[in-house]
Design a protein around this ligand. Structure first.
Ligand SMILES: Cc1cc2nc3c(=O)[nH]c(=O)nc-3n(C[C@H](O)[C@H](O)[C@H](O)COP(=O)(O)OP(=O)(O)OC[C@H]3O[C@@H](n4cnc5c(N)ncnc54)[C@H](O)[C@@H]3O)c2cc1C
Length: 157
């Protein structure tokens, strides 16, 4: 039997990059959160997934908009990760730019994708959003990523 504490401890050894996943709600507002459950799923068609906590206050906005953006954070953007992992943090409009498909994305990120949500599956206390990739690009291939490992932010060097 693995306790949730042991599970978290084990999974903490699996180093991940960090993304901010965003959407524009029907009210015109931008919603976003720090996400490390981002995974490449399929090449034909090109699909990715992200997992959202069922209690996320913006979950309905992600469902309703049917689209989301994924911004891969650089090692200079630990502060951005902290901002988007905190409830009620200030998120000025100057943090964002609009991607070619109209999704809000994080300025100065390493790379981004814009996706259409093609399915949302129940996954325990999370929802698994499957996204068909409709646009994407690398914006900075000189800077390294910010990593998350054993509950701490890390860099490659
Ligand atoms: C490195 C890192 C990676 C992360 N990856 C993911 C990820 O892959 N998927 C993901 O969903 N989150 C992830 N998070 C957490 C997520 O970023 C934050 O929970 C989110 O940014 C906060 O969203 P919000 O500001 O809109 O707050 P809200 O949506 O208002 O609330 C945020 C969180 O508060 C907690 N909460 C809300 N209501 C209750 C309640 N009634 N009882 C107890 N707790 C409650 C939940 O955890 C909820 O997700 C990650 C955080 C970090 C630091």
């Amino acid at each position: 039997m693995v306790t949730s504490q042991k599970f978290r401890e084990v999974m903490g050894n699996f180093a991940t990059g960090i993304t901010v996943v965003t959407t524009r709600g029907g009210d015109g507002q931008t919603y976003g959160l720090t996400v490390n459950s981002f995974t490449s799923v399929s090449l034909e068609p090109i699909l990715v997934l992200v997992c959202f906590d069922n209690r996320l206050s913006s979950l309905q906005h992600f469902k309703d908009s049917g689209k989301f953006g994924v911004s891969v954070l650089s090692d200079k953007q630990e502060d951005i990760s902290r901002i988007f992992a905190r409830k009620d943090s200030e998120r000025p409009a100057s943090l964002y730019f609009d991607g070619p498909a109209g999704q809000p994305l994080i300025k100065n990120c390493l790379a981004y994708l814009e996706c259409e949500t093609v399915a949302a599956y129940p996954g325990g206390d999370h929802q698994i959003f499957l996204g068909k990739v409709i646009s994407g690009d690398v914006l900075d291939d000189k800077t390294g990523p910010v990593l998350y490992f054993r509950g701490k932010y890390q860099r490659l060097s």
